[in-house]
Design a protein around this ligand. Structure first.
Ligand code: F6R
Length: 613
């Protein structure tokens, strides 16, 4: 979604801002803009489209002198992508410039109010309302900090704001609620940004702003205030990852790089939690008494993280014998869920900022449930809000389509389910020891499925299938969860219509869509259900489908007698098998997207971190 960067120092601001915005491109956007405070006052330059359009307009930044400024990439919500709707927005008084991430929910009422007070609007955005409110209160009070405070108390919704004032050259105010914002400390320079990569080139020392926090800063000084207006000290934290972690490092795309990073990400996520043949999830306290008293475990998330939750339902129920249900966060919020202290609610999120997941978490807490979050971004809102957190150590994920975050979320689900099964005594010591061994081995197994043999096969099959218009992904049991993820990968990056169905459900309606040449990807890795799934493959073959079957190596020959094409993957412990099954599906989607000429890392209309409902 939108990205913010702000700079105050002695360098030229525009090139710093453009560089920062470039690092935020992965979040998804449709226009960009910067505003610099210079001898002419507040000068804003904005452009619809890719950042390169803005860069050209600014001659790489050199056309806009000045050492203090704010920049923004916008993902349209209020009003279409256009130059005029792009940020920064100036107040009707011309004194205030604002960049904003989030959504102002009472925008319409505030707009009415400001119109009555004589303000004028040029855009359709909720952000211009914020600029006008600050402009109004600044006229009234002559006090920049007070004007911002008066404004934010009147805002409903979510916001991260970067604000300039024409009368205070050198000063930036940053303030946030329910939308991330970090402050960066440099030597004689300061930064603000919505995400670490935007400023990592310049500093690794940051402070995370909490909801209600405000930073008032120039090149040399910063004062932080909390939501009550009290001055506070912020803890300085060191970013431990290098810029190279957020760069492509020789790969054609971030997505491919991140697919290949999966063995390492899995190792980083699993190894520290395995000690002397035992799984230890530090900070996770779930006693046998508590677990036995649970009525149901809910798993709540969005998109791919929801598909991890679907898999988790199978894994937890099978191993822990506790009823589990996966729910989409956007539905959980408004369905009046039967949730209280007898429910454990697990939230899964890469970014830790997804608006629906965060709101669902708050809903669950209000209803008295114990909450546990599986999150990748350290210190994110969901990580902070949950009662307990387990981090996935996937490192920064830049490609919009998730790969390594998905795999590490799944790994945490294995670890958590095993720890709970051990606590409850629902699994024998031998079974437990076998799975622990399997977990130790998992990064090596995933590595095998990334060997040239699989790459070439996926590339070849992608070139064969890229002309299809529709696809079905079918599978049974945990394979059906992986089908959902595989199908999502194909539609989001290759723009190919695709649906995932439990194989046994196909004949209850969707089979009427199967006709000559329709692509069906059948996943059949659950050994005891192989014959059943292959019976469904026969049904679609009989109706003309072009079937690609992914199965276990030793079953490949048998599958090949029915399917048009096959991929055989090594058989590992059945519970861990999804971690291998997903790899060829990721590669297949990647190569189909390439063959169709799609922008793999930045698919249209999508955002990396979905901070609006
Ligand atoms: C798909 C994808 C999305 C995210 C979803 C949740 O490739 O990345 O479906 O999984 O938007 O995001 P997080 O995990 O950040 O809550």
């Amino acid at each position: 979604m939108c990205g913010i960067v702000g700079y105050a120092g002695s360098r030229q601001a525009a090139p710093v801002l453009l560089n920062g915005l470039e690092k935020l491109e992965y979040r998804g956007y449709d226009s960009a803009g910067v505003c610099v405070h210079n001898a002419e006052g507040l000068v804003a330059v904005k452009a619809k489209g890719r950042l390169s359009v803005l860069k050209d307009r600014l001659e790489g930044g050199s056309a806009l002198p000045g050492c203090v400024g704010i920049g923004h990439t916008r993902w349209a919500t209020h009003g279409a992508p256009s130059d005029v709707n792009s940020h920064p927005h100036l107040s009707y008084t011309g004194k205030i410039a604002v960049v904003h991430n989030g959504i102002i929910e009472n925008e319409a009422r505030l707009r009415e109010k400001m119109l009555r007070k004589g303000a004028t609007f040029v855009s359709e955005t909720d952000t211009e309302v914020v600029a006008n409110l600050i402009g109004y209160y600044y006229e009234k009070t002559g006090d920049f900090v007070r004007a911002v405070r008066e404004t934010v108390t009147r805002l409903e919704g979510s916001f991260a704001l970067g604000i300039l004032c024409a009368d205070l050259p050198g000063t930036i105010i940053a303030v946030k609620k329910d939308s991330p914002l970090i402050f960066g400390f440099g030597d004689g320079e300061h930064f603000v940004a919505s995400d670490v990569p935007a400023i990592l080139k310049y500093t690794q020392t940051v402070a995370y702003l909490e909801d209600g926090d405000m930073a008032v800063f120039d090149a040399n000084h910063v004062t932080f205030y909390d939501s009550t207006g009290e001055e506070v000290e912020k803890v300085r934290e060191k970013i431990t990852w290098e810029m190279s972690a957020a760069e492509r490092g020789g790969y054609d795309h971030f997505m491919l790089k991140e697919i290949f990073e999966q063995p390492k990400a899995l190792r980083d996520t699993i190894s520290p939690r395995l000690r002397d043949g035992k799984i230890t999830l530090d900070g996770v306290e779930l006693s046998a008494e508590y677990l036995r008293g649970l009525r149901k475990i809910y798993l709540v998330a969005c998109g791919s993280a929801y598909y991890v939750s679907v898999l988790a339902k199978y894994i937890i129920e099978k191993n822990c014998r506790i009823p589990a249900e996966a729910m989409m966060a956007s539905e959980f919020r408004y369905c009046d869920p039967v949730v209280d202290e007898k429910n454990l609610v697990i939230f899964v999120s890469q970014s830790g900022e997804t608006a629906d997941t965060l709101a669902a978490l708050r809903e669950a807490k209000t209803r008295g449930a114990h909450t546990l979050a599986i999150v990748n971004v350290v210190g994110s809102a969901i990580a902070k809000a949950a009662d307990q957190v387990i981090y996935t150590w996937a490192g920064p994920e830049i490609a919009v389509a998730t790969t390594k975050a998905f795999s590490t979320q799944l790994a945490v689900v294995y670890l958590l389910a095993m720890q709970m099964a051990k606590t409850l005594g629902t699994m024998s010591d031998e079974q437990y020891a076998t799975i622990v061994e399997g977990l130790e081995q998992l990064p090596y197994d995933v590595d095998q499925v990334l060997s040239p043999k699989y790459l070439e096969r996926c590339q070849y099959l992608a070139s064969r299938c890229c002309g299809h218009h529709d696809a079905f992904y079918i599978g049974r049991n945990i394979d059906s969860g992986i089908c959902m993820e595989g199908s999502l990968k194909l539609k989001e990056i290759a723009y190919l219509h695709s649906e995932a169905y439990p194989a046994g459900e196909l004949k209850h309606g969707p089979i009427s869509l199967i006709e000559d040449g329709m692509l069906v990807v059948a996943l059949s890795t659950v050994r005891e259900l192989f014959d059943k799934t292959m019976a469904n493959v026969k049904e679609v073959k009989a109706r003309g489908a072009d079937v690609l079957c992914i199965t276990l190596e030793d079953l490949e020959e048998q599958a090949g007698k029915i399917a048009d094409n096959t991929i055989g993957i090594p058989a590992i412990h059945p519970m861990l098998q999804p971690s291998l099954s997903i790899i060829p599906l990721q590669l297949f989607s990647y190569y189909v997207a390439l063959a169709r000429g799609c922008d793999v890392d930045k698919p249209r209309n999508l955002a990396k971190s979905v901070t609006v409902e």
